[in-house]
Design a protein around this ligand. Structure first.
Ligand SMILES: Cc1cc2nc3c(=O)[nH]c(=O)nc-3n(C[C@H](O)[C@H](O)[C@H](O)COP(=O)(O)O)c2cc1C
Length: 422
């Protein structure tokens, strides 16, 4: 191996200097083996009971969209430039008037506090310490006021709302009162998804007490003591706190309120726009035809998303529709999620016009493995990858990450084969 092949310690980038964080070397022993976001999944699976892990990891029906979310990234190759002075590179990104230390944040995920004691707060405070946004899920088990108070302004709130003016008004007022300035409305769940994997794994919300559930929990003693019992002893029975009627997490009979989501339409977005003074973002758009109504209704940004492949199976991968949506967006901010695992994924999404991206499952797994410390480690890993990849691609700013830095991973530059479209 030549010297050039070896890992040479690099000077800290400006983003690194901004926030003191744990480094791989300083991390607790379990985290030393976590070298990439994908590494958190296996230990999380060993920690979390089977039905809950199945709920987090699963997609829907045949998991087509889940698989396409990854293959879309694999279909793009990077084309680096050489002999560019990249010593001044920075991944800082200004979004809605605030400068974050990286171009990625944490996607909203219900069930986070099922996977780890005070999981929602752990994700939010890790994001705050790393100066990236974290979106608290409307389906979370922690009161939205509590998370905002613990983590501050980097926390956004995501709502699931019925098409009902009173419910919308009440929630918008509550979110504003809690101090949030960014509200995300998720729009890709007019009805519940066909999550066969949840039925097969015995997962339900609320969880239904059963011998099978008891057995699955007993098989995970660290989780049972460290998350379930600890939560119960310190806080009592967790409830779904931020979505309609308060509903307990475990109950033989309780039913979670999901009525009238299929009524939700652009008129409700217009109502939200009138009521909500902060940034309004819509999550779950996949068709560029939905961009003009969003803009006309005063929406500030869109998260292009197929919900991590968890709603409509065979819904397209967000990366594939991103360029069209960006072209239709004008000055509206376009972000994306679904399948981001690597720094190179972040750069590919940015090259196709995303301003910012969000990461889901790996952050929840990181919380399961080591709470806030685990999430900070995961953020650090992805941040380091983005920094390293920027240097290797030959760019100093994320604005330099243009489509010219990409090519079809199976294509040959300058050569067209007869009969082949691309
Ligand atoms: C366990 C879990 C719970 C989720 N809960 C929500 C939610 O409450 N609200 C929402 O808008 N999206 C939810 N999502 C979707 C994520 O916000 C995000 O779109 C998706 O996870 C991104 O894909 P990735 O996991 O491949 O990164 C959830 C995803 C997971 C894995």
């Amino acid at each position: 191996m030549t010297t050039a092949d070896q890992d040479v310690p690099k000077p800290l980038s400006s983003a690194d200097r901004a926030t003191p964080q744990i480094t791989s070397a300083a991390a607790p022993s379990a985290l030393r083996l976590m070298l990439a976001l994908e590494d958190f999944e296996a230990p999380a699976k060993r920690y979390i009971p089977r039905p809950i892990f199945g709920y987090v990891s699963g997609g829907v029906e045949r998991n087509k969209s889940l698989a396409w979310n990854r293959s879309a990234f694999d279909d793009l190759a990077l084309v680096p430039r050489m002999l560019i002075n990249v010593s001044q590179r920075s991944q800082k990104t200004t979004l809605f008037g605030r400068t974050y230390d990286s171009p990625f944040g944490i996607a909203p995920m219900g069930g986070t506090s099922l996977a780890r004691f005070q999981g929602d707060t752990a994700l939010a405070t890790a994001a705050a310490a790393s100066n990236i946004p974290m979106i608290l899920s409307g389906a979370s088990l922690t009161r939205l006021e509590k998370v905002r108070a613990a983590a501050g302004a980097t926390t956004w709130f995501q709502a699931y709302l019925p098409g009902d003016a009173q419910a919308i008004t009440e929630l918008v007022e509550r979110v504003a009162l809690a101090g949030y300035d960014t509200l995300v409305l998720t729009v890709d769940i007019p009805v519940g998804a066909n999550r066969e994997n949840n039925v097969r794994n015995g997962y339900n919300t609320p969880l239904r007490p059963s011998l099978r559930l008891a057995w699955d929990c007993l098989m995970r003693p660290s989780w049972l003591m460290g998350t379930a019992l600890r939560t119960y002893i310190t806080q009592g029975m967790p409830h779904f706190e931020n979505m309609g009627k308060r509903t307990p997490l475990v109950s033989r009979t309780a039913v979670r309120e999901r009525a009238n989501r299929d009524h939700l339409n652009w008129e409700h977005v217009a109502l939200m726009r009138r009521l909500w003074k902060g940034r309004l973002i819509i999550k779950g758009i996949l068709d560029k035809a939905d961009v003009p109504p969003a803009r006309d209704n005063g929406v500030d940004g869109i998260i292009v998303s197929n919900h991590g492949g968890r709603q409509l199976d065979s819904a397209t991968a967000p990366l594939r529709v991103l360029p069209g949506i960006v072209a239709a967006a004008g000055d509206m901010t376009i972000m994306m999620d679904s399948g981001i695992r690597r720094g190179t994924d972040v750069l590919k999404a940015l090259a196709l016009g995303a301003k910012f991206v969000f990461v889901g499952r790996p952050m929840l797994y990181a919380a399961a493995v080591a709470g806030e410390t685990g999430v900070r480690h995961a953020i650090r890993l992805l941040r380091d990858e983005v920094d390293r990849d920027m240097a290797l691609v030959g760019i100093n700013t994320l604005a330099d990450m243009t489509p010219e830095r990409l090519m079809d991973a199976r294509g040959f530059d300058g050569i067209r084969f007869p009969g082949r479209q691309t």
